[in-house]
Design a protein around this ligand. Sequence first.
Ligand code: FES
Ligand code: MG
Length: 572
Amino acid sequence: MSELRSAQWFAGTDRNAYIHRAWMRRGNTDDTLDGKRPQIAIANTASDLTPCNMHLGEVAEAVKRGVWESGGVPYNLPVVSLGETQVKPTAMLWRNMAAMAMEEMFRANPIDGLVLLGGCDKTIPALLMAAASVNLPAIVVPGGPMLTGHFRGEALGCGTDVWRLSEEVRGGTISSQQFRDSESSMIRSKGHCNTMGTASTMAVVAEALGMTIPGFAGTPAPDSRLLSLSQETGRLIVDLIAADRRPSDIMTRKAFLNAIIAVAAVGGSTNAVVHLLAIAGRVGVRLTLDDFDEAGRDVPLLLNLQPSGHFLMDDLYRAGGLLAALSEISDLLHPDPITVTGKPLVSYLGNSPVYDDTVILPRDKPLMEHAGIAVLRGNLAPDGAIIKPSAATPALLQHRGPAVVFDSIEDMRARLDDPDLEITADSVLVLRGCGPRGYPGMPEVGNMPLPRTLLEQGVRDMVRISDARMSGTAYGTVILHVAPEAAAGGPLGLVRTGDVIELDVEARTLRMMVSDDELAARLASPESVAAFAAPDRGWAKLYVEHVMQADTGADLDFLVGSSGDGVARESH
Ligand code: FES
Ligand code: MG
């Protein structure tokens, strides 16, 4: 092994080596700080305010055992954690802050490798962005989904059933007391959302990128195998350092294409788009929005999981897990990208039987033939917008209708149920001011609720368009991530109620039937739209001044690229 990075702290007899070693003696001995034992940070997003990740303390202990077994020295390193359901205005506002803080702490500390403990939506993306930026050997431990909860004999999908039941209340088919009663059944155990929402999707992404031990993603949080695999991860990180296998060796362009294919096959969250683009930016891989459409277009949707289908993550694990699903499409995956083990992802496929083909569908009987996220362009979204066809209503994928425009979520909430609002099932709901810069932080509000009058008539889906994101657990014919956003001068800001909007997912177009001359005239005298966010201090100010648009991953412009693992000057 070449000299360890941490030896630049611990090796030697001078005053600085003394200082670095002496204060680390609590928990260490002479031989663990001799500059020859790999020092491993366990980047831990456990937090009582990130309920999906609360159990990661126990997981960290399992990782530590593995690190000690392999001759490394483990350290628990608490890092910024984001509880998707708790923080306002949206956890996405701080994904980049979390990633930046993690990156800086990884680089500043005497460590040689990283084990990344994540779970809830933004935590794995932030950890991967940080690890890519510092490019130290790293392995992800996905914290795992919770067990399935039942309400009156029916399984409840986290998130997905919140959206569904809340619309049923508004449509008058269930009472608000019944809605309230279902609450205690939804969150059954430790772990993250049990649907194929963003957390489950990002675990799939981490594994498809090669950044987990293959077969790890989707292991339920309370399952004893989560701790076994965590311990194995602890052993493996020490090998990774010896082999000098770094994120940039694993997360190659083809690995990203494999991740896109995997997201399509599992019916993964639209949020994977902004996260994969941002991670690729950090590791220096060229990845564009069009790669999602091209790589995912012919991939069949094989998992019958909510929100696209019926079952939940625990069912996937019982049915054979992610590797069984990927085995069905192994011919579509690029064969060369290696995983953290040094062996290619595809070498783990083929020996993983499917035990329940109602959960993992056969290749020739998929839930949907072409499941990839579609990228739409046109005069409404010059830099692109996305839609997840598997979560949409097929009949609405080609649609023409008049716009009903809202300038903010407050505006929408104030007017949506107004009996005087002129709206039909053919109308297209348009929401703006919800992009990265405008909100700020690009919240998950794109799956707007439907007007009560239409719900009462039995309408359950409409075309909706916004510069927002939507929860990975949500569904509907929802067009998201319109770029540029209204607050960045995008034409979404020029739409007026009554303009005819035309969506054609097959043709990949999204247009408003308004002439260029008329748009130019509107641009010259913009209709007053609600003021966009204008924070005057702190992170939010830095964020709105530097955040990029959704089509390039909504990272901060100065965080694109890697700064590596260079060691800075001495502190004393
Ligand atoms: Fe944490 Fe869904 S809220 S994963
Ligand atoms: Mg979410």
